[in-house]
Design a binder for this molecule. Structure first.
Ligand SMILES: [Zn+2]
Length: 291
């Protein structure tokens, strides 16, 4: 497969075309190990994870990029995110009567959210309709409509590994506000070459072999790869903050009924339990901080 758990950027010299390639193994396996997903959902999760890894690597700043789908099909919700170009997590919720014959996502909406470490949060929404089911087409539409950047995406996942390839024709001069792409021939040529790639090749070839197999007649400049890993952002502190949001009265009521308040992270299955003393300490600390 592509170099496992890495993203790698490349450029076509003398053009305004750039590319990203990614392969996921351990990070993908770790996400799948948290829930007992049906196989089609496993593949969809892999494609989404590869997509956020690719898209995150196109960002020039640190922050979190996520894709979230709410569908009317078998998969009600699917979310994947990549933080600071390196930390991946993903989750899916699907119908209890899951059937692989029925459409996975159905009609729905996909949100692309970018939260820079510093600066404003951005969200774009694209609809998914009956005719445009693949994540590849949805992402390409998104870039065409909102960013006006010509983009092509290829994704593959088989429950063991996931892989992705992205090509983008960068605007030549942002200062002129012009989105003229330049080298049309080069774009058509590299897209045509990339279209010959099979899913099996994407999942089995390492980056160097894959790029050579596709683009050996082009001048490709490859940059060092960036490592990816599974990592969740949940913390005991955040769960504590959620309890503070409930308010002391409600928190104490739950303690009185249940004996404790427990929060299970859906992404990583980590359990956070707060007993009466913990909850009292949370609110005492809050009073201390606000006085
Ligand atoms: Zn977690």
């Amino acid at each position: 497969m592509s170099n496992p758990d890495q993203t790698q950027r490349f450029l076509f010299d003398d053009t305004h075309i750039r590319g990203e390639i990614t392969g996921l193994h351990s990070s993908y396996q770790e996400v799948l190990s948290k829930h007992n997903y049906p196989e089609p959902v496993q593949r969809l999760l892999g494609e989404f994870m590869a997509a956020v890894a690719l898209l995150s690597d196109t960002l020039k700043f640190r922050g979190t990029l996520s894709l979230q789908v709410r569908g009317a099909g078998q998969v009600r919700m699917l979310m994947a995110e990549c933080r600071n170009h390196e930390a991946l997590r993903a989750i899916a919720q699907y119908n209890d009567d899951f059937s692989p014959e029925v459409d996975l996502l159905g009609k729905g909406q996909m949100a692309i959210t970018i939260e820079p470490e510093k600066g404003k949060r951005y969200q774009g929404v694209v609809s998914i309709d009956d005719h445009q089911h693949s994540l590849e087409r949805v992402l390409e539409d998104y870039f065409r409509q909102s960013e006006q950047i010509r983009t092509r995406v290829w994704l593959a996942a088989d429950g063991q590994q996931a892989a992705g390839l992205l090509l983008q024709a960068m605007p030549q001069s942002a200062s002129e506000g012009s989105l003229e792409m330049g080298d049309d021939d080069a774009w058509d040529r590299v897209v045509h070459l990339a279209d010959t790639l099979t899913e099996a090749e994407m999942l089995s070839l390492d980056n160097a072999t894959l790029l050579f197999r596709l683009f050996h007649e082009e001048k490709v400049r490859v940059f060092p790869g960036r490592d990816l890993r599974f990592e969740c952002t949940c913390t005991r502190e955040r769960c504590g903050n959620a309890i503070l949001m409930l308010g002391q009265l409600e928190a104490e009521q739950i303690i009185a009924e249940e004996g404790y308040i427990q929060s299970d992270c859906q992404f990583c299955r980590q359990q956070y339990r707060f007993d009466q003393a913990d909850v009292e300490a949370l609110f005492a600390d809050l009073r201390h901080r606000t006085n």
